[in-house]
Design a protein around this ligand. Structure first.
Ligand SMILES: *Cc1c(COP(=O)(O)O)cnc(C)c1O
Length: 389
């Protein structure tokens, strides 16, 4: 199905970059569970020599991802963080990177605890403040790293504005598109150079794999990334590539329902007497609402909210009263999950600093799944009432 120019998103989810298997006609890409490939004479093979460099099931996934993100090159890795790691290896000691101050915790840890040691210099700032971003740019600046919407406060950054800044200074703009997925937002079309994904989340969609990806259009950067992929070897296995491909075939249908259910839950929460504040970009009062309207095609499947009675104990009462939402890390699967950033994902941040950045003691993050919205709302209502007792 080639690059699929002009085809709708649903058609691309199912067919983008895919062809029936040339040797058997199999409609689904076979799981090529092989490390190596027969050569007729040394060095002559059918494009595949060793599976660290290339594997046909991985190729099928990489083509699918490239078609959905409107890129020409897709690269799949063993996890989202392995994909971030590959991007950092494009850089050299002394190079500087500008990143948001509410970056995904794992990405922050990789930057701060691993790559800073190897001489990369990171500046964390508010990417919506153009003056602050410009003030950080100097001769050593190479990259702007953005993530939008962010976790867990669902802040949004204007990708077009960041692309304009990076064009002026010849930088590389990378966007972590995990929360939005290409169904809601396509950063390459907004001027970004590289899109990064934790495929573990919505793209896989069934909480059954860990996988990461990069998509881009620039041939030179892509060649460097392919070299890093095979040299560092942080690849994913063929079974996981197959599961990701299987998940992607329903991405459009799932995202549509995630958005609908999330809107219903957000509207329920905001009117509940036990709730103080709801973070959902669909509300006009949300700081990122206008940016969302400009660069997204919906508001996504994530919500965070604060309780009126803002204590850790109260958050725990709520979480232990839920029966359909499961208390767990991660997001983007068919099942609804609830998490408590203060004691889970953001537990390592000192309390004062955490609260100053808006992550209050009772903040709860929901990944709204695909169950019936009325059941999710009933579950939350019951648990919220317990916090008022
Ligand atoms: C989960 C996540 C990652 C890391 O991906 P893994 O697949 O867990 O390695 C990066 N960015 C965001 C926004 C995430 O949610």
């Amino acid at each position: 199905m080639g690059k699929g120019n002009g085809l709708g998103f649903g058609t691309l989810s199912i067919h983008g970059g895919q062809e029936a298997d040339p040797s058997t006609g199999a409609v689904m890409p076979p799981i090529y569970q092989t490390s190596t490939y027969k050569q007729d004479v040394p060095g002559e093979h059918k494009g595949y020599a060793y599976s660290r460099s290339k594997n046909p099931t991985r190729t099928a996934l990489e083509k699918s991802l490239a078609s959905l993100e409107k890129g020409t090159h897709g690269l799949a890795f063993g996890s989202g963080l392995a994909a971030v790691d590959a991007v950092m290896k494009l850089l050299s000691p002394g190079d500087e990177i500008i990143a948001p101050n509410d970056l995904y915790g794992g990405t922050y840890r990789l930057f701060h605890s691993i790559f800073a040691k190897w001489g990369l210099v990171f500046h964390f700032t508010d990417l919506n403040d153009e003056d602050k971003v410009r003030a950080l740019i100097n001769d050593n600046t190479r990259m702007i790293w953005a993530e939008t919407p962010t976790n867990p406060l669902l802040k949004l950054f204007d990708i077009r504005k960041l692309a304009a800044i990076k064009d002026e200074h010849n930088l590389t703009l990378v966007v972590d598109n995990t929360f939005a997925t290409p169904y809601l937002q396509t950063p390459l079309e907004l001027g970004a150079d590289i899109v990064m994904h934790s495929v573990t989340k919505y793209l896989g969609g069934h909480s059954d794999l860990v996988l990461g990806a990069l998509v881009l259009k620039d041939d030179d950067i892509a060649e460097k990334l392919y070299f890093i992929q095979k040299s560092s070897g942080a690849i994913c296995g063929p079974m996981d590539c197959y599961l990701a491909l299987r998940g992607i075939k329903t991405l459009h249908v799932r995202m549509q329902r995630h958005c609908e259910n999330t809107e219903a839950v957000a509207r329920f929460l905001i009117s509940h007497p036990a709730v103080k504040k709801v973070y959902w970009p669909g509300f006009p009062g949300h700081g990122g609402h206008e940016i969302a309207n400009k660069q997204m095609r919906g508001f996504g499947g994530m919500i965070s909210f604060e309780l009126k009675n803002d204590t850790v104990e109260n958050a725990f009462t709520l979480l232990s009263s839920l029966t359909i939402f499961t208390l767990a890390e991660s997001l983007g699967g068919v099942e609804s999950l609830a998490g408590h950033p203060a004691t889970m994902t953001h537990a390592s941040i000192p309390r004062e600093q955490r609260i100053a950045s808006g992550l209050t003691d009772s903040l709860i993050r929901l990944s709204v799944g695909l169950e019936d919205a009325k059941d999710l709302i009933r579950d939350l209502d019951h648990a919220l009432k317990a916090t008022l007792e």
